[in-house]
Design a protein around this ligand. Structure first.
Ligand code: NAD
Ligand code: MG
Length: 397
């Protein structure tokens, strides 16, 4: 769908009630609202009140809750508004199948994979916030986008930055990409201090306001691990071309290094609306009301090498990249299971990485995926194994 886009542009937001979803609706409003955009479908999960109010305000054609038990509640909330309602996995499929030109993939976790694949297969431009599509399904996801004929535009701030700095006409001169990481709330903590941290302290990100999974992933650096794998597929680079640098201010969102020694960086205040806006207006830019960088006030930018002993996630991402095949899917599924167990206070913070490593090692012999079914099978196997390990590592009350 890289042909000329007619106005208004038809858009769908998968995961509209989340952090990325609500920011996307804000960007849509800032860039002209209904005059420029037709909202086809919005999807959420448990937050029916918010989903209904979004659907009414945006005059969406379809509203979908992933939670089937909430179907009646959503139907009641939207009664008389002329908005179609659906629920469950089939509802998400219906949302992804509607003829939108541009689809924001912002469902958190593996739950986002199937609907995003459906939208990509149909040829929609995919604004990709969800990391799991590429981390788990890798080349199979890219093949689906290619066959569908739409564009894949990264939304993750680091990948949006690289996308903005990459000179596609001179790909042969690309030497390395440098992903920046804030270091999260435990950047200066010792391993002993990290051992006992609570969910509340782990979720308090110093710079970005994000959903729970990304916030905990920033504290453990598993978010960066997913982003390293995401970068390999998005930019077709070798594992040794992917660097991570801790940059506590989160002003440089990532960089591209070229064979002449030049490094091109993208900077901005930490606000996801810039990356979302770029994905919506690409290859142009739209005017956005976000804070501007004040360099005099900023005064300095700091950098430090990531400590792979305190943050094993970075090392595990390298292992997954080197092993290839289904290790991304395995790392992701084990991380999701370990994250849920940590949030439920079943395991301690550092146990998350132990579980991911043990699951990756146990499943390192899986044959490469031939189909998405193989990806879902590996995901399920990794999750089951992670749950078994979680039981043996459950913290004392
Ligand atoms: P969030 O938790 O705030 O929102 C998640 C959305 O997905 C909500 O709309 C929720 O209703 C929906 N959802 C949750 N579980 C679901 C399920 N089982 N089935 C269907 N829908 C479900 O998450 P977020 O922070 O907005 O992140 C969304 C995605 O974007 C994630 O994959 C995340 O890694 C990625 N991302 C987020 C940020 C950020 O700043 N928040 C930055 C980069 C990438
Ligand atoms: Mg990111």
């Amino acid at each position: 769908m890289s042909t000329v886009t007619t106005s208004p542009r038809r858009i769908t937001i998968l995961g509209s009630t989340g952090s990325i979803g609500t920011n996307t609706l804000d960007v849509v409003e800032q860039l002209g609202g209904p005059a420029n955009f037709d909202i086809m479908a919005l999807t959420g999960n448990g937050n029916i009140e918010l989903l209904a109010s979004q659907a009414i305000a945006a005059r969406a054609k379809l509203a979908v809750t992933a939670d089937e038990s909430q179907y009646i509640a959503l139907k009641d909330a939207l009664s008389g508004h002329g908005i179609d309602v659906a629920a469950g996995a089939s509802g998400l499929q219906e949302a992804a199948s509607l003829e939108a030109d541009w689809v924001m993939a912002a469902i958190a976790g593996t739950a986002g994979l199937q609907p995003t694949l459906t939208a990509a297969a149909r040829g929609a431009d995919i604004a990709l916030a969800n990391k799991e599509c590429l981390v788990s399904a890798g080349d199979l996801f890219l093949d689906t986008v290619k066959q569908g004929g739409g564009r894949l535009i990264p939304v993750d701030s680091e990948h949006s930055a690289i996308f903005q700095c990459l000179d596609e006409n001179h790909r042969d001169t690309l030497e390395r990409i440098v992903l920046t990481a804030s270091g999260g709330p435990f950047r200066t903590f010792s391993r002993a201090q990290m051992a006992d941290v609570s969910v509340q302290t782990a979720r308090a990100h110093p710079n970005w306001s994000m959903g729970l999974k990304v916030s905990i992933g920033s504290a453990s650096m598993f978010n960066k691990a997913l982003e390293m794998i995401e970068a390999k597929y998005l930019f077709d680079v070798r594992p040794d071309q992917i660097e991570v640098i801790v940059h506590p201010q989160s002003i440089i969102h990532s960089m591209v290094g070229y064979t002449d020694g030049s490094v091109i960086a993208q900077l901005g205040v930490p606000d996801m609306r810039t990356a979302i806006g770029y994905a919506l207006t690409y290859p142009k830019r739209g005017p956005l009301n976000v804070d501007r960088l004040d360099f005099a006030k900023l005064a300095r930018l700091d950098f430090e090498a990531p400590d792979e002993t305190r943050f094993p996630a970075i090392r595990l991402a390298r292992t997954a990249l080197e092993r290839g095949g289904l290790q991304g899917a395995v790392l992701n599924a084990a991380d999701e299971a370990a994250f849920e167990a940590f949030v439920d206070e079943k395991i301690r913070f550092l146990t998350m990485a132990e579980i991911v490593e043990e699951v990756m090692d146990a499943l390192s012999g899986l044959a490469p995926a031939k189909s998405i079914a193989d990806v879902f099978a590996a995901d399920a196997e990794a999750r089951n194994l992670a749950h078994t390990l979680i039981k043996t590592k459950t913290r004392a009350a």
